[in-house]
Design a protein. Structure first.
Length: 156
């Protein structure tokens, strides 16, 4: 496994927002596919990285207006997800494990493009139900869907 990928996994699982941010190049592109794209470490830190680490608190709150169908969030435990790196078809994929009352399940995947010891591009697949189901099946991991919507009705 590349050292930068190992460092990302370690920082993520330690909930080290500063460490994750430091791994991004100044020109990094950070994307939640289908929802948002951020440019540069500070923009990514404020939105995507913080959401990846701590967004589960809103996901687990039945009263939060997340835009996700509430039936998809039943049983989510408000504990930050953990990631692990898996090799899939010759490429490293980060697998995001979320805790649920009835067991852990994968709710997202992330792919990193590295430039030496830093991250040049991050693509997080959280609102991509078919990709999560298909990739999860190929990797042999249980998955849960977040649906396709990331906006609330008030935002439309």
């Amino acid at each position: 496994m590349p050292a930068a990928l190992d460092a990302f996994v370690t920082a993520f699982n330690a909930r080290d927002l500063d460490g994750l941010t430091a791994l991004l190049l100044d020109t990094a592109v950070v994307e939640v596919v289908g929802a948002t794209t951020q440019y540069g470490p500070e923009a990514a830190r404020r939105t995507v990285l913080t959401g990846m680490l701590f967004g589960v608190n809103r996901l687990a709150d039945p009263d939060a207006r997340t835009g996700i169908d509430p039936s998809l969030t039943v049983g989510v435990i408000a504990e930050p997800p953990r990631v692990e790196a898996r090799l899939h078809r010759g490429r490293w994929v980060l697998v995001h494990w979320y805790r649920h009352r009835d067991g852990d399940a994968v709710r997202a995947f992330t792919m990193l493009e590295l430039d030496g010891e830093r991250v040049a591009r991050l693509r997080n697949y959280f609102y991509n139900a078919e990709l999560i189901a298909d990739l999860g099946a190929e990797l042999g991991v249980p998955t849960r869907s977040n649906g396709h919507r990331w906006w609330t009705e008030e935002a439309v």
